[in-house]
Design a protein around this ligand. Structure first.
Ligand code: PMP
Length: 428
């Protein structure tokens, strides 16, 4: 399979490029490869499989829907209506009434595009503020907003009118400050630039922000940073788009990460885990005050995936019933405690995370050059011992943990034992 894939598929494909296994079956937090080897899956379809592989109730919901209706375009259908109600019910009560949903499908990047288009239409403005190190997807617009430069090279240039500002990434502070003594100065440059009418920056149509940069290396934003971005955008009447493609649907321990930051965005972008099973669906949830779209002005074919809707409704029901968000918080604490065991290691520069999104940043070589091969070595070694992990961040030097949200304490321990063991034996 691997040799044939190498021959037939482009090498531009995503993560599993670095994981030389062909997988055949998945169950819960485990996958089995075609040779019968079993792996703990802490990639979970890039955060998509929130309830693990083949959750029986989600499978049953899809099977029930299968003989009824599979594709409904933009028609109202019972499956879609149930999905919309389930999604709105997960929002904080203060947002429910003023929120509208738009189906953008099929992928997260499509929803990012839609969010930008909506804000441009609503404000009549053209520029967008984004943040260094962020990732928003691989379409032309989403890629142009992506500050994780390695992801876009060698595609030179982006779109005109995209402005990048420093993110609160304290391990590698863009201003060279130390987190314990700084005053979240990173956001001050944005405040000054946007408030200064002669600053050369036109008032933007939107500010787009990840609350935890995922692909960027699992970097939770400082709460003060997020609060000031929200206050600034509210003051200047700039719509704030929060990209919750990766952080959403429970990944950080609340349904959306913005709840933990004590803010309410104007537009939320959600996709990955919305169906819980990998059936594609992507939406924006937006304040109806922005609803300046003319009828039919943002369309597309694949927005009516009834299987995704059926599974998504069931996913919300199971997550609520089984207190999966509580599990995310408890397992997150467990991961944090376990990873602290390896913090002493000279190759470990930082350990960061929120909920069930964790990253271990490995350090540079002593001469200061990045050492992505160190992280690749960890990924390869843990795979050899039965654990699937992927890399992210600048120069791919962050080892990332993205398990299913219903992962058990035992499986977390098994995975941490493997990872800590491998890191402990890592030569420098
Ligand atoms: N935004 C964020 C924060 C993401 O993490 C991703 C995917 N990793 C995207 C957007 C793009 O989503 P998709 O790959 O489904 O287009």
């Amino acid at each position: 399979y691997l040799a044939r894939q190498e021959q037939t598929e482009s090498n531009a494909r995503s993560y599993p490029r670095g994981l030389p296994i062909a997988i055949e079956r998945g169950q819960g937090s485990f996958v089995r490869d075609v040779d019968g080897n079993v792996f703990i899956d802490f990639l979970a379809g890039a955060g998509v499989l929130s309830l693990g592989h083949n959750h029986p109730e989600l499978v049953a919901a899809m099977v029930d829907q299968l003989g009824v209706l599979t594709h409904g375009l933009d028609f109202p259908t019972p499956a879609k209506a149930a999905f919309v109600e389930a999604q709105l019910a997960m929002l904080p009560p203060t947002m429910r009434e003023r929120t509208k949903i738009h189906f953008c499908g099929p992928t997260g990047a499509n929803a990012v595009d839609a969010a930008i288009k909506l804000c441009k239409t609503a404000t009549g403005r053209g520029d967008v503020v984004s943040f260094q190190g962020g990732f928003h997807g691989a379409t032309a617009t989403a890629m142009a907003l992506t500050g994780l430069v390695a992801q876009k090279s060698p595609v030179a240039n982006g779109l005109p009118g995209v402005h990048f500002f420093p993110y609160s990434s304290c391990t590698r502070c863009p201003l060279g400050l130390r987190p314990d003594t700084c005053a979240t100065n990173c956001v001050e440059y944005l405040e000054r630039s946007l408030r200064d009418p002669n600053g050369g920056l036109p008032l933007p149509a939107a500010v787009i922000l990840e609350l935890v940069q995922g692909e960027g290396g699992v970097i939770p934003a400082r709460p003060e940073f997020v609060r000031r971005v929200r206050a600034l955008t509210a003051e200047l009447d700039i719509p704030l788009i929060v990209d919750e493609v990766q952080t959403g649907c429970g990944r950080t321990g609340t349904w959306f990460a913005f709840e933990q930051y004590g803010i309410e965005p104007d537009v939320v972008v959600a996709s990955k885990a919305l169906s819980g099973v990998g059936a594609p669906v992507a939406v924006i949830l937006y304040d109806r005050k922005l609803d300046a779209w003319k009828p039919g002005s943002h369309t597309g074919t694949f927005r009516g995936n009834q299987l995704a809707f059926a599974a998504g409704v069931e996913a919300v029901r199971v997550i609520e019933r089984d207190d999966v968000l509580g599990n995310v918080r408890r397992r997150g604490e467990q991961v944090s405690k376990r990873l602290a065991e390896i913090a002493w290691h000279p190759a470990v520069r930082d350990i960061r995370g929120l909920g069930l999104m964790w990253g271990i940043e490995l350090t540079d070589a002593p001469d200061g050059t990045p050492a992505p091969e160190l992280a690749a070595k960890v990924r390869d070694s843990v795979l050899h011992e039965g654990l699937i992990l992927e890399l992210g961040g600048r120069d791919d030097r962050v080892v990332r943990l993205l398990p299913p949200l219903n992962v058990t304490a035992e499986v977390v321990d098994m995975a941490c034992d493997i990872l800590i063991g491998v890191l402990g034996r890592l030569g420098l």
